[in-house]
Structure formats: C-alpha cells, structure tokens
Write a protein that binds this ligand. Structure first.
Ligand code: SF4
Length: 302
C-alpha cells in the first residue's frame, strides 16, 4: 500500500482491514453493536467483503440482495444472486431478497425502456429503484442502518464528478454516513476510506467467491472514466485519491457549503410511499411505477 508506505503479510492484512473499518465506523459515528444493520449485497467483492468484515467485528448484520433481472447474455443477475446466497449459507447469515420483476411487474431493463430515462442505459432507473427498495426494506423490517460497500475509488469518482460540475446539492449529500430523515434510513459506507484494490485483495485472501464481471451496462460509464483518470493520478502521486476525499470531508465540516440548503430543507415525504423526495407530490420512483402501470398493455410488445 504505497499511500501508507505499508506492506503486510496475508495474516496481518486480514487483521488490518477490519481494524481500519472499525476505526472508520467509530470515527464517523456510523453505528454501534446494538444496531441492526442491513448490508446491501450485490454479489460483488466490496459488498460481500463488507458483510464478512462486519460479522467478523461482531455486528448484527443481515444482507439484502436486489434481483435486477439483468441477463445480457451472461446471466449477470442470476449468478450474482447465487453468490450472495452462497455467502449467506456458508456463514449461516440471513439474506433478504427482493426480486424487482416479481415486485414491480418488470425487470430493470424493461422498466428503463418504459421510463425512457438515461438515454438507452438503464442505470438511472436502476439507481432510483435500488435506493427506493433499500430504504423500504430497511424501514419496513426495522433495521437501524443501511450499509453499502462503496469503497474509496467509488467515493472519489463521485466526488470528482460532482466537483467538476460544482453540484453543491449532491456534494452536501456525500459523506461516510447520512443520518436518517423522514422516510429515509440512516446510511453508512464503512469502506469509504479503503481503496478498491485493497478490497479486491481482502476478498481474494479471505477466499470470498464473488462475481468478477461488472454489470454489462457499466461499460463506458462516466464513473468508470473518472476512476481511470483518478487511477492515473494515483499512479503518479500515491495517496492522491485519499487526500482528495479526506480534504473534502474536512472542508464540509468546516462549513465550506454552510450557505447552501441542507437536504432536510427541501425534502418532504412522497404522498404515496412516504420516502423523502424533493419532487412535488409523488417521488420519482412512484411516478415511474405509475407510468409502468399505465403502459402495462404495451409492455408485452417490448
Ligand atoms: Fe444498475 Fe448495472 Fe447500471 Fe449499475 S451498471 S446502475 S447495476 S444497470
């Protein structure tokens, strides 16, 4: 780990990662040992490693797998579901499963075609749907906090994009922990200071079986492009990504965006599902589902 000027053997590396994660959980006040945690697991290395780490640290953590219905010729969703189930079974853990097609009538690629959001890619609809479902399950099943496996590379790429466009509203919402608000569960990102390659090493050394393929729709995405740019920077200046992210968190704390509106100032409950939204009346997800219901007769022809 060039950025820390640190090299560890397998045994010590597998201790170091949970120790660091525990340190970040405490530093940012993410949750405690009495909290019921719901870990969003995609079948990928980060989310399965996070679940593994939290359990090793003695936290009460169940998993949530959301079946997106993405096949794209490689059976992406069915394979990721299999690996999430396998991890849960191997470790005797509880996995909540939500299948989007069963719940909402159509898989993500079809919902995206109906909504026409995202210019051909289903990512906008997929993100919207995942956020809604994660919140709903966390709230309905009485979890205190929703934990996601976002690593430092994910966070730095999002920060880079939001900084390029100075999207203050999004910058205000980015952080290691977001407190619960009306209709929204508390969210925590315990891996936010660990590099993607550190998490890959952890998953491999722990023998965690995860899906190697990226979602087929991720190809050519802006976030992957930002990650590549930041990787080039990191290669020349080890620690650049970490410094970029940590300095941002410090700037937020010292009130860099003090005059901007806090999310709570412009959010209100959706009139249908009760989750917080900035849109008047229905939230974007409920509007999407309403549109799908209206177009149900046409869907069979897609
Ligand atoms: Fe969803 Fe795949 Fe897009 Fe990620 S890349 S948001 S999983 S469709």
């Amino acid at each position: 780990m060039r950025q820390h000027k640190l090299a560890l053997c397998k045994e010590h590396y597998l201790e170091w990662v949970p120790e660091q994660t525990e340190r970040f959980i405490r530093k940012y006040g993410m949750f405690g040992h009495d909290d019921k945690i719901l870990v969003a697991v995609s079948g990928g290395k980060d989310s399965l490693s996070l679940w593994d780490i939290l359990v090793r640290l003695g936290y009460q953590a169940d998993g949530l797998y959301i079946g997106l219905g993405i096949d794209a010729g490689i059976g992406y969703s069915s394979e990721s579901h299999r690996l999430a189930e396998k991890f849960a079974n191997d470790h005797n853990l509880k996995l909540q499963v939500v299948d989007i097609e069963k719940e909402y009538g159509q898989p993500i690629p079809v919902l995206a075609q109906i909504s026409h959001r995202g210019h051909g890619k289903p990512c906008a609809v997929c993100g919207l749907t995942k956020r809604h479902v994660m919140n709903r399950i966390a709230r309905d099943l009485g979890y205190d906090v929703l934990a996601t496996g976002h690593n430092l590379d994910d966070e730095a790429a999002v920060l880079f994009g939001n900084t390029l466009s100075w999207s203050v509203e999004y910058l205000l919402r980015q952080g290691p922990v977001l407190p619960s608000a009306d209709g929204l569960a508390r969210k925590a990102k315990p891996l936010c200071r660990l590099y993607e390659r550190e998490m890959t090493a952890y998953a491999i050394l722990r023998g965690i079986e995860y899906i190697y393929e990226e979602c087929p729709f991720a190809e050519g995405s802006t976030s992957i492009y930002y990650k590549e740019v930041l990787n080039r920077l990191e290669n020349d200046r080890p620690g650049a990504k970490l410094t970029f992210y940590l300095r941002f968190l410090e700037a937020r704390q010292t009130g860099l965006f003090a005059e901007s509106k806090e999310p709570a100032d412009y959010l209100h409950p959706c009139s249908n599902c009760g989750q917080a939204t900035s849109a008047p009346g229905l939230c974007s997800f409920c509007r999407l589902i309403e549109k799908v219901a209206d177009q149900a007769p046409l869907v069979s022809n897609l």
